[in-house]
Design a protein around this ligand. Sequence first.
Ligand code: NAD
Length: 479
Amino acid sequence: MDTLANYINGQLTNENTDNYLENINPATGEVYSLLPNSNLNQLNTAIAAATSAQPAWEALGTEGRSYYLNRLADKIAANLDQLAAAETEDTGKPIALATSLDIPRAASNFRFFAQAISQFASESHNMGNQAINYTLRDPLGVVGCISPWNLPLYLLTWKIAPALAAGNSVIAKPSELAPKTAYLLSQLCIDIGLPDGVLNILHGQGNKIGQAIIEHPQIKAISFTGGTKTGQIIAASAAPQFKKLSLELGGKNPALVFADCDFDKTIDGIIRASFTNQGQVCMCSSRIYIEQSIYPSFKQALLKKIQTLAVGDPLTDVILGALISKDHQEKVLAYIRLAQQEGGTIVCGGTQYVPTGRCEGGFFITPTVIEGLSIDARVNQEEIFGPVITLQPFNSEQEALALANGTNYGLAATVWTENLTRMHRLAKQLDVGVVWANSWMLRDLRTPLGGVKNSGLGREGGWEALRFFTEPKNVCIPY
Ligand code: NAD
């Protein structure tokens, strides 16, 4: 069995590890590796390394830093198959998804910020004939990047890349449920000769090493992606030290389907938006609102297609693999039972799926569709983060908008209509950070990404990320 190691000061090390966590393959239910459950001693060593590495890293300048980021991107691309296999083993996601989305995007994250930093300019403000102001944007120093299990390497690199590009050194903590690709990334950093201490990756539990990172006075900013409850704990812990915070949290995303949509394209789009990665993408749609006049035909076509979605061994040609853990599978099944208690009807799926053979111990759930629940139902208000959607008809655009905006979350919405005026009108009024028109997860890395309400604070992507990882200082010079 593999034992993963931390990456500290340019080395893979388990020095001072006092206990290990088990890493489970969710498709089989079997433990297949161990990871260090890191502690404060290890964090202090990593912070000392990061602190001493940062000035030279900053002094390399944008070209020097871009060189390393591009080399990392090349290495990720060159190791696509190995990384995709590791991502699938860790998360249970279909190998085709890891190969086509997760790993290529991790490479793109480094490539994008390697280039973006070369275009990043600070502002100047001229005060008539009195003075000129210019803004310096210096790196913050040592920053913390904490990421979840659903898109492990994709989201970890989405934070690390801008932090490094801007000249910071980084303490990163991947999810303890999906640590393998972060470990493999450490090896790639060593292979390309990334300067020691610039990036440090510590594994372990959120409430232990994660919390220690949040509280450490030498960590100047925290970029966090994960659940809303964890975000609240992090905000409360970081606030007394006035740390910069970027919080990308949960969602309960609506899809609005109008009678004038492109019917077939919308069916395919809703299926992708609902069930990609077993519904475990923060941007997944989970509340599907359909205009009354097409509700029966749309529902019928949707169910027909959903019933064809293959579930099972993620190493085979399936659309849905396993959920991340036994606990998460139980949580999702509990929400399905709750839906029935709340008066909902399961019109498709709703059960655990037990494959035969290699994956009989895995954590699978069939794609599930529920109808008959009001907006007030807990199942329509709380994030389930699994292959579960609810359907509800609406009679007017105003009603659709009220339903869409009717939760405490505000991450993403999709709108399906061929009426451009309606699309613009709704995009303006939807209380979310991202609106997709007749599409889902079409991503331009320059655009701001994040949520409102309980879905988070701040934005990632493009200039937003580079601004987050730098401190502006205004210099005013009279003429
Ligand atoms: P989580 O909040 O349980 O864990 C996320 C990370 O935080 C993990 O690395 C975990 O170890 C760490 N952590 C936990 N407690 C901590 C603490 N007290 N201090 C510091 N770190 C701590 O989330 P998860 O279950 O891994 O991920 C699923 C959640 O992430 C969902 O709610 C999903 O919507 C959200 N998510 C949001 C986005 C987005 O862009 N908004 C993207 C992906 C996932």
